[in-house]
Design a protein around this ligand. Structure first.
Ligand code: KIV
Length: 271
């Protein structure tokens, strides 16, 4: 039995151990009780209550509109379902970039009101003071570099990041800064595979990729994308494991048909 299979509760320490042992970390997003329960029972290592909830749950075009109250609602629902996985909650746009005091109170609200185990923040040097203040309160922080969707209006596009030397060097520097500050892990989004492998090789903390190639310590995908619930989003890094959109469509159409033809409910389905 692998080290991970014996673990009863995944902590940040367990993720470090997994990196040391070369066991890959599997992470998915979840935003509600029912899905979180299924993926936790399937023994996912870590669950990210991502601010991608803004897109997949609320239908916004970007992750910017989701509020701290919204994130707390989603995270608390997930935490109620989870018995084993480490739960990480995205700090939403506008709750930590302003000043480190505000950042700490946002993180404290997340920890107190949801029961989650850690928070994730996008950015490097520019948010370092907030990261350090949150860490000093004993709250584990995961960093997020590369494509950082909360800065979409600065970049104007979701194309691959850090292809140029300058941006790649800055990313490596930021990754080291976050590790030195005490972050327990790092997400790298949509960067060249070679750069992903370099960062994971240089850092001691686990590096989780989404479009960062195979040579990182683990992978994360948005649950609704990998299940094929969302259809409009098809980046190269996305592997679809199912076509739930089609299955749900089929089930709903069958139900409509049954209701319309009075096939449902039948003799056994009534009181
Ligand atoms: O919000 C999110 O789902 C994320 C992942 C894409 C890493 O940050």
């Amino acid at each position: 039995m692998s080290f991970y299979q014996q673990v009863k509760r995944v902590t940040t320490h367990v993720l470090h151990e997994m990196k040391l042992r070369g066991e890959k970390i599997a992470m998915l997003t979840a935003y509600d009780y029912s899905f979180a329960r299924i993926i936790d029972q399937a023994k996912i290592d870590a669950i990210l209550v991502g601010d991608s909830a803004s897109n997949v749950m609320a239908g916004f075009e970007t992750t910017l509109p989701i509020t701290l109250d919204n994130m707390i609602y989603h995270a608390a629902s997930v935490v109620r379902a989870v018995k084993r996985a480490l739960v990480i909650v995205d700090m939403p746009f506008g709750t930590y970039q302003g000043n480190s005091k505000e950042a700490l109170s946002s993180a404290i609200r997340i920890m107190k009101e949801t029961g989650a185990h850690s928070v994730k923040m996008e950015g490097g040097r520019q948010i370092l003071e907030s990261v350090e203040r949150i860490l000093s309160a004993g709250i584990p922080v995961m960093g997020h570099l590369g494509l950082t969707p909360q800065s979409i209006h600065k970049f104007g596009t979701y194309v691959v990041r850090a292809k140029e030397k300058d941006e790649a060097e800055k990313l490596v520097e930021d990754a080291h800064l976050l590790e030195e500050a005490g972050c327990f892990g790092l997400v790298l989004e949509k960067i060249p595979a070679e750069l992903g492998g370099k960062v994971a090789g240089e850092l001691k903390i686990p590096v989780i990729g989404i479009g960062a190639g195979p040579d990182v310590d683990g992978q994360v995908l948005v649950l609704h994308d990998m299940l094929g619930i969302t259809q409009e989003f098809s980046p190269r890094f996305l592997r679809r494991y199912h076509n739930l959109n089609e299955e749900i469509d089929g089930a709903v159409k069958a139900y409509i048909q049954d209701v319309r033809t009075s096939d449902f409910p039948n003799e056994n389905e009534k009181y």
